[in-house]
Design a protein around this ligand. Structure first.
Ligand code: FAD
Length: 414
């Protein structure tokens, strides 16, 4: 079958890889000049089954109310005249019960765990290097109370196969030497099986590998404007460089998937949630991080890619813009400076903002749509880099009519 994958972010590129492995003729279409130039460009780099917690929970409500009047929080919910935000927020509220949070977390956990295996399998099969590290992730807490609360909360992960260790200040320093001799954190939760890596590198190398080894066509610099429907099926993707025809189409346009979907009568419950990151070289790599690190109080997540530091934060509910201001990076920079001091070259930093494609339940939508030859791989929210390879394999199995290794039902469009 000829399949057009629309979108060359982490989701689109890995989907194209799995479809091409099945022998399909695949074309990837993206408006940018390379793969992974939007949300998959500057994320925190964590590949983390231990981030399976659904955002919608009883605690999220308290946080949302606080964010209306406090500007120092990483989470900023702006009350704006935006029906899409209101509708999304109402759906989010329905997911804020204990039962829904538990259910959604388990759905995410299954996909995240599977996806980590798959990303490693792809890296092994293709030999792609992407500044990956398999050293685990440390979730650090500034207060003993915060750590104790997180410890009580974590059984949903540890009862379902995720190895987690609660660590005190001494053990923190032993695992991550950057934290030696410091008093910032009371302790942490260590997730030894999590890993980190640069999604932008991974996607570009994987796309190039597929072009070379499996004949995947890369149509960059090509904006999809709409899909034409004939006899109830998608006939072509109309682009600013002419129509692209195929037997099947995969929608993987991240947060912007809603616009194209709407034009063929599909309503996707996805809202863009903006976040920020900096990427800066270490002046002194010897004083750099060994593993992924999350400051749970400031909500700053960090990875080390070779001799570069990536640090990301914030969740801003404010529409589709990706502009940013100096103050958006204040918490990130304060946290990075306090941990690394002059070991980081701030003058060479890249400042970035991207949009998480969030569903109200934090669970992505993967599989068939109401239009028979249009497949969806969308809504991966805050963990799309972690979920990409598993979501891609799941979709390829659905397209190929095989029984997937994990149940597909939890991710189907409703
Ligand atoms: C600050 C921040 C930190 C994050 N940290 C992590 C993390 O540590 N770990 C993790 O797992 N996840 C993280 N995420 C989430 C993760 O980055 C996303 O879930 C993931 O990148 C989404 O991938 P995607 O392929 O769906 O979307 P995208 O990467 O946005 O890809 C969509 C593609 O579609 C293209 N496109 C859109 N519209 C059109 C059109 N009309 N025509 C042609 N092309 C089009 C875009 O150019 C883009 O390349 C983070 C996100 C943010 C914002």
């Amino acid at each position: 079958m000829r399949i057009a994958v629309l979108g060359a972010g982490a989701i689109g590129v890995t989907t194209a890889h799995c479809l091409a492995a099945d022998g399909h003729e695949v074309v990837i279409v993206d408006r940018r000049e390379r793969a992974a130039m939007e949300t998959s460009f500057g994320n925190a780099g964590l590949i983390s089954p231990s981030d399976a917690y659904a955002w919608a929970s009883p605690d999220a409500l308290k946080m949302a109310v606080k964010s209306l009047y406090r500007s120092d929080l990483g989470i900023r919910y702006k009350l704006r005249l935006d029906p899409a935000l209101w509708l999304w927020s109402l759906k989010f509220l329905t997911q804020c019960t204990h039962a829904a949070a538990h259910r959604n977390t388990l759905k995410k956990l299954a996909l995240l765990t599977y996806s980590k295996e798959r990303v490693n399998a792809i890296a092994e099969e293709t030999g792609i290097a992407y500044d990956g590290r398999k050293a685990g992730i440390l979730y650090c807490f500034r207060s003993a109370e915060g750590l104790a609360a997180a410890g009580r909360h974590m059984s949903i992960l540890s009862d379902n196969g995720i190895r987690l260790e609660i660590v005190d200040r001494d053990r923190l320093a032993e695992i991550e030497p950057v934290l030696a001799g410091r008093n910032d954190f009371a302790g942490g939760i260590y997730s030894p099986d999590c890993q980190t890596g640069d999604g932008h590198l991974f996607c570009n190398r994987l796309a190039a590998w597929n072009a070379e080894h499996r004949g995947v066509e890369l149509r960059y610099g090509t904006k999809v404007e709409r899909l034409t429907v004939e006899s109830g099926r998608i006939a072509a993707a109309l682009t600013d460089r002419g129509p692209i025809t195929a037997d099947a189409f995969v929608l993987a346009l991240g947060a912007e998937s809603v616009f194209l979907a709407r034009k063929v009568g599909l309503r996707l419950p996805i809202y863009p949630v903006k976040g920020f990151s900096i990427t800066a070289p270490f002046r002194d790599p010897g004083r750099g991080l060994r593993m992924g690190l999350v400051d749970e109080d400031r909500l700053v997540a960090m990875s080390r890619f070779g001799d570069r530091l990536r640090a990301a934060s914030s969740a801003v509910f404010d529409g589709y813009g990706t502009t940013h201001r100096t103050e958006d990076f204040r918490t990130i920079l304060e946290t990075v400076r306090s941990l690394f001091g002059d070991a980081v070259d701030y003058d060479a930093a890249i400042y970035w903002a991207g949009l998480r494609p969030m569903t109200p339940a934090s669970v992505p939508i993967i599989g068939e749509s109401a239009v028979p030859n249009l497949y969806l791989n969308v809504g991966h929210g805050h963990v799309g880099w972690s979920m990409c390879a598993g979501s891609a394999q799941l979709l390829a199995d659905i397209v190929g009519g095989r029984t997937p290794e994990i149940p597909a039902e939890p991710y189907r469009a409703t």
